[in-house]
Design a protein around this ligand. Sequence first.
Ligand SMILES: [Zn+2]
Length: 99
Amino acid sequence: MKMANSAVSLQELGISDLRAGRAVIGALVFEVRGPEGSAKAAALAEKLAGLFAEREDVRVSARVQFLPPRPLQCFKCLEMGYVRHGCTTPENRTGACYR
Ligand SMILES: [Zn+2]
């Protein structure tokens, strides 16, 4: 990966938020977030594939995964399906978050 770090410029690809992790099978997984993340991930995969073209032990692939939309949740009572603006519940659980 050191070779990839020096050969691929994330800035050039417009990638500012890259997260790295490991899959269960041990593969390196990079997550490109944000707008146009799929195009940026594809560009990164193309660069990496070119970089590791000679290596038979390295395989590069890109996959796009969209997260499901987040459901509405009231941040006052924490019930689902509506937001604080329309909340008529007397419970106030705003202090229940542990962040
Ligand atoms: Zn509420």
